[in-house]
Structures are given as C-alpha cells and as structure tokens.
Design a protein around this ligand. Structure first.
Ligand code: TLP
Length: 342
C-alpha cells in the first residue's frame, strides 16, 4: 500500500537529481568559508531574494533564532503574531537562549498583523519598559490557512516598523509558495524587510537546510550567532548541493501543489460532515461538524490504517499539506478514503 503522506511538506524526500548533486558535490570546511557548494548556494539565495548576502543554517527554527539573536540584545522585545511559528513552535528559543521577550499581538485570519496593533505595541521610552527592537511576520502563514502576505502589506508593515526605529524579520519558510500563489517575484515580497529566512526542506524537497538572507553586515553578525548556537557546519556542501537543485528546479513548480490542495479541498467539502477552510497555497485545514460522532483521533488513526496520513491531534483541526510527492491520483484516493472513514 502506498502511503499518501499529507502531514507536512517537511516529509518530502530528495529528488533523484538532488541525490546525484549531493553525490557529486565539491565540499570544504564551511567554518573557514571554504565550502564552494555552500558559497554558491548562499550567493544564489541572496540573489533570488534580492538581498546582499545569505547564510546556510540547519533548519527554519535555527534561522529564525539566529535572526532574532542578531537583531536583538538581552532584554529587548519583539512584536509578533500570536499564531506565528516562532511564538508557538520554537520552544521560546528567543527567551530561553537570547533573553528576548515576545509581545504577541493577534494574527488576523489572513496571517497579517493590524498596523494599529503593531503601532500600539511599540514601547515608549520609559525606565520600566523593555526596548522594542523588532517586528516578525510570517509568509505564507502556516496556522492562518497557509495564506500568503502580499508585497503591499509587507511593505506597509515594514515602513511602519522602520518609522519607529524597529527592524523587521520575515519567517518566509514558504516564501516561494507565497510568490507562486500571488504570481510575483519573491524579491517583491521581501523588498522592505531587514532579514528573511526561507526553508529548502519543505515544499522545495531538499533534505536539510534553510537560508537567512539580509545585508552583508547583518549576515556577518548572523554568522557569529549561528556559531554560538552550534550551527557552524563543516563539509555541509553535500546538503547545500540539494538546495541548489531546489532553487533551480523546484521553486517553479509549486503552483501544481496549490492546484492539488484546491482539488483536495473541493473533494473534502463534498463529504457531509466535513468543513474546509479557504485554500490559497499548499496547506489545507479541515474539521468535522458535530453530526460526526468520531473523535479527531479516531479519524486520524482510521485514515492512517488506510494509508492516508494527516495531522489531526495537535491543532484542534486537521491539516493536510500537498507537495512534490503527492500526485493527482493520491488526491483522488485521499478523498475516497476520507469519505469512507467519515
Ligand atoms: N513547520 C512544521 C512544524 O514545525 C509545524 C510544519 O510541519 O509545518 N516557520 C514556519 C512557518 C514553519 O512552518 C516551520 C516548520 C518552521 C519555521 C521551522 O522549520 P524547521 O522545521 O526547519 O525548524
């Protein structure tokens, strides 16, 4: 039985072209700056996002943490959304390791932060208050239905932050999904932010790695922060090689995943007792209405027994994510199985 794994786009296996590139990769000691494949990937990433420089890190979590450690000092405060990944799912690393305090403000259903909420959270100069240093945004917004933030919104929020002397970091784990959904160049989506992290190891299929991009000065400082959290890698060009293939071959095909997520949503919406959130990228949330007597755990397990994996226990609703290894056939089968189970 083929397993149709819709739990996340993080489950993607490297493509054959990636495995071949990894096998052939020229490598060196990256802590000395001597890994030609990493240097090439970093240059490509910076170019693709219109920034001066980029830094290869182990994961999205490390990229966000390193960004925060670079922008902020101990005791500084960060304004961010109450549904964002950095606040919910990164173990409070900013506080645990950086002494940085988060000030969460409400994420709107489309993943944005209201500009007036951002402005209202900026601290005045007062001996009692921490110093506000940074605003964090997320694009696409994972917990807000995978919605992309537009270039216009991001620019407005960044200008507001800059007017208050703050910097802006974007968790762009799925920035190329946002670019595909909005049909814009990814550079447009990050033009006004000071730093952006994007992941190679989600919809882009690479096995490991993320890139943190920004000005040359920012990236030089971030390189120090990466080292202190143990992220200085050595012959990691073997991983970067897959990332280069991801940027060359995978970013251009993400709209296919979005189309499949839409088809899955349409199919599920026709099953009595299933409600589906709006889908704009590759992330789909759905839930059961009260007429269904099964618990989410029972449904998740019954789907798994039939070879369809979704997330359903942790989030209070189900999540299905389409990616490179999910075909049209798989979508059809997933809908059939869901109908059977519900
Ligand atoms: N997201 C994972 C889980 O951690 C929830 C997923 O399956 O979606 N930013 C965003 C917006 C993310 O969605 C994720 C991972 C990260 C950062 C962290 O990336 P990694 O897993 O590479 O540390």
């Amino acid at each position: 039985m083929k397993v149709i794994d819709l739990r996340s786009d993080t489950v993607t296996q490297p493509t054959p072209a990636m495995r071949e590139a990894m096998y052939q990769a020229e490598v060196g000691d990256d802590v000395y700056g001597e890994d030609p494949t990493i240097n090439r990937l970093e240059a490509m990433a910076a170019e693709r996002l219109g920034k001066e420089a980029a830094l290869f890190v182990v994961s999205g979590t490390m990229g966000n943490l390193v960004a925060l450690l670079t922008h902020c000092g101990r005791g500084d405060e960060v304004i961010l959304g109450d549904r964002c990944h950095t606040f919910l799912f990164e173990q409070g690393g900013m506080a645990a390791l950086g002494g940085i305090t988060p000030w969460p403000i409400p994420n709107q259903p489309d993943g944005t932060l209201r500009l007036e909420d951002i402005e209202g959270a900026v601290r005045e100069e007062n001996v009692h208050f921490p110093c506000t240093r940074l605003v964090c945004l997320e694009n696409t917004h994972n917990m807000c239905n995978g919605t992309p933030l537009t270039a216009e919104y991001t620019a407005q929020a960044a200008r507001l932050a800059h007017a208050h002397g703050l910097r802006v970091h974007l968790d762009g784990a799925r920035i190329f999904n946002a670019a595909a959904a909005l049909r814009v160049d990814a550079r447009e989506l990050v033009r006004e932010v000071d730093s952006v992290m994007f992941c190679l190891s989600k919809g882009l299929c690479a096995p490991v790695g993320s890139l943190l991009c920004g000005s040359a000065d920012f990236v030089a400082e971030a390189r120090r922060a990466r080292k202190v959290v143990g992220g200085g890698m050595r012959q990691a060009g073997i991983l970067a090689a897959a990332g280069i293939v991801a940027l060359e071959q995978i970013t251009g095909r993400l709209a296919e995943d979005h189309a499949r997520a839409k088809r899955l949503a349409e199919g599920l919406a026709q099953i009595p007792g299933v409600e589906v959130a709006p889908v704009t990228t590759n992330i789909l949330y759905f839930w059961l209405t009260e007429e269904i007597s099964k618990t989410p755990e029972e449904v998740e397990d019954a789907l798994a027994e039939r070879g369809v994996l979704v997330l359903g226990r942790e989030l209070g609703r189900f999540r299905a994510v389409t990616h490179y290894w999910i075909s049209d056939e798989d979508i059809k089968r997933a809908i059939e199985v869901m109908r059977e189970v519900v």
